[in-house]
Write a protein that binds this ligand. Structure first.
Ligand code: ADP
Ligand code: MG
Length: 579
């Protein structure tokens, strides 16, 4: 058994009890399904013989049948309920494993993956797997037992007639599989078509402002109608195969029944068969359609489930690129010395280096600004410190310890980043700020908001700190979101701070205010500020100018102006723009 197969079966492990109950009930269901025609047979034989206690016997058989029916029903209910519950629990185990795993995967993974695709894997793929997990064993058990049972009963009653019935079966099975395949293909294609329709609606509605401003509604309608028509076509093929499948199978069973009745009738005339036997035959033939339907169903479940499982494992088998090394340590008190030693970095193997042999020493508590043209690698430089990406060459040290030897959780709790792309979670303002330190008190949350110059605007929101800023909630401006994310980091209160263009979306007024609190906060802790507007970092202790992957210039504002290099040029351009 290969490792994936082992893994596949391993999800049953916690539920072997449930699985046994499920299978035992399935066997009971099947056994009783087979017993009922035998009861009828016995009853008919009794009627034929007409013994003195005939009424008593009829009532007894009736009572037995009611008893069997009751057990049958209970077992069927258990199969449906327990089986589905087992499936749901296995599904939830897998989904949880997937979720935990996804959270461990590194930035590089997410650079290339679409979240929508990952959502499908955690919902749709795992669901089709759970269907296979619980219906699979049931279908196999019940269909095998029904089939074998009917086979022996028929052979026992009349081998010749049984042969006729079993000659029909392969044809019936091939017919069923063929149309089932077509039905499934059509189902898949209509799912794809639905996907296309959704994509089309999303494209048009996301760009609705452009559509309307160019008055291109008719063009969009045409594109939509095309997708919509394709959907109808895919459904047509599906419904046609469905009609063939169900009604064809039904006709086959009826055909077998008619053959049995005719040949059986002849046999009764010949006195080589009794009426009781013929009746049993007819009833048993009716049971045969069930295993075929179950096999066909199982084939579909198997196909979809295994595909789902492979896709699930494809993700699960991805090793997180960045994880704790063996013997990684927990940081104690952090002074905040950050050192880059010959660091080179590229996002992809075949791409140019974004950073080339960078050396940088940031003293504990130093306030360093990083400037440079857009796309020069400022953000990249900062993301290497918390180890969002691994360096290609060189080493980054925190307080002299290689960051690769520090436990990720410890490293990252000691660094606070206000990222360039701000993300706020659906929920209230309060919850979003408290995300910075989930056990913070209300007072601490408010204090952080005050420091981030966010308190005043929060108090003006309809519900203050309880205002919902989720998808259906209040819309915040870029500057307001920025201040909330700054408050979040203020609350976290780490010894090392990184602000990636954190004030770029603010108007002049709030920029100044945030600037002030930022300076207050950065007091006595290492701070790296990436700034677009150079006026905001004039007072930095050191300004680093990145160009072409290397540190071109560094020094204070005044020193760099005197040097009259890149910084001086950038600064003068911005000054001229303002004046
Ligand atoms: P800056 O912050 O200075 O504007 P970045 O550090 O964001 O620049 O980007 C530096 C270079 O790396 C750019 O050429 C950018 O296109 C590229 N880059 C940034 N992020 C990624 C990524 N996740 N995957 C691949 N390339 C990236
Ligand atoms: Mg950037």
């Amino acid at each position: 058994m290969n490792s994936r197969t082992k893994k596949f079966f391993s999800y049953y492990k916690p539920y072997l009890g449930l699985l046994s109950v499920d299978l035992a009930c399935a066997f009971m269901v099947s056994a009783i399904t087979l017993a009922l025609p035998l009861c009828v047979r016995y009853m008919t034989q009794v009627l034929e013989n007409n013994p003195p206690d005939v009424l008593y016997q009829i009532y007894t058989i009736g009572a037995v049948m009611i008893g069997l029916l009751a057990i049958h029903t209970v077992c069927n209910m258990l199969v449906t309920y327990q089986g589905h519950m087992m499936g749901a629990k296995m599904e939830s185990d897998m989904r949880r494993e997937m979720f935990d795993h996804l959270q461990k995967l590194s930035f590089r993974f997410y650079d290339e993956q679409k979240t929508g695709e990952l959502m499908t894997r955690t919902t749709h793929d795992i669901f089709s797997l759970s269907e296979l997990y619980h219906h699979g064993p049931e279908d196999i058990a019940i269909s095998l037992m029904n089939f074998i049972g009917v086979f022996f009963i028929l052979i026992h009653i009349d081998a010749k007639l049984a042969l006729i019935v079993f000659l029909f079966l392969p044809v019936m099975a091939i017919y069923a599989f063929y149309f089932n395949q077509k039905m499934n293909a059509a189902l898949r294609s209509s799912k794809d078509r639905i996907g296309d329709i959704n994509a089309q609606v999303e494209d048009t509605l996301s760009g609705i402002r452009v559509v309307q401003s160019f008055a291109n509604e008719a063009i969009e309608t045409k594109k939509f109608a095309y997708e919509n028509d394709r959907f109808v076509e895919s459904r047509r093929a599906g419904y046609r195969s469905e009609a063939y499948f169900h009604e064809g199978l039904f006709a086959f069973t009826e055909l077998i029944t008619i053959a049995v009745v005719v040949f059986g009738g002849v046999a009764i005339v010949d006195a080589s068969m009794s009426l009781a036997d013929l009746l049993t035959f007819v009833l048993c033939v009716g049971i045969l359609i069930d295993p075929i339907k179950r096999w066909v169903n199982f084939a579909r479940l198997y196909q979809e489930g295994i595909t789902g499982f492979d896709r699930f494992m494809d993700i699960l088998e991805i090793e997180p690129e960045i994880q704790d090394s063996a013997g990684a340590i927990e940081l104690g008190h952090v002074h905040g010395k950050v050192t880059f030693s010959n660091v080179s970095f590229a996002y992809k193997e075949d791409q140019d280096y974004v950073l080339k042999n960078v050396n940088l020493d940031v003293r504990p508590g130093e306030y360093v600004a990083i400037v440079g043209a857009s796309g020069v690698g400022k953000t990249t430089l900062c993301t290497l410190i918390p180890r969002f990406y691994e360096t290609n060459q060189g080493t980054i040290y925190l307080d002299g310890i290689d960051v690769r030897n520090i436990r990720l959780h410890s490293l990252r709790t000691n660094i606070g980043i206000v990222q360039q792309d701000i993300y706020l979670f659906p929920g209230t303002v309060f919850e979003n700020i408290r995300y910075g330190r989930p056990n913070a008190s209300r007072e601490e949350v408010i204090a952080a908001a005050v420091k981030a110059n966010a308190h005043d605007f929060i108090m003006e929101l309809p519900n203050g700190y309880e205002t919902d800023i989720g998808q259906r909630g209040i819309k915040l401006s870029g500057g307001q979101k920025q201040r909330l994310s700054i408050a979040r980091v203020f609350l976290k209160n780490p010894p090392i701070l990184i602000f990636d263009e954190a004030t770029s979306a603010l108007d002049n007024e709030s920029e100044k205010a945030v600037q002030q609190s930022l300076e207050k906060l950065s007091d006595s802790r290492t701070t790296l500020v990436i700034a677009h507007r150079l006026s905001t970092i004039r007072h930095a202790q050191r300004i680093i100018v990145l160009a072409d992957g290397v540190i071109e210039e560094q020094g204070t504002h005044e020193e760099l102006l005197v040097r009259n290099g890149i910084y001086a040029r950038l600064y003068n351009v911005q000054q001229n723009l303002i004046s």
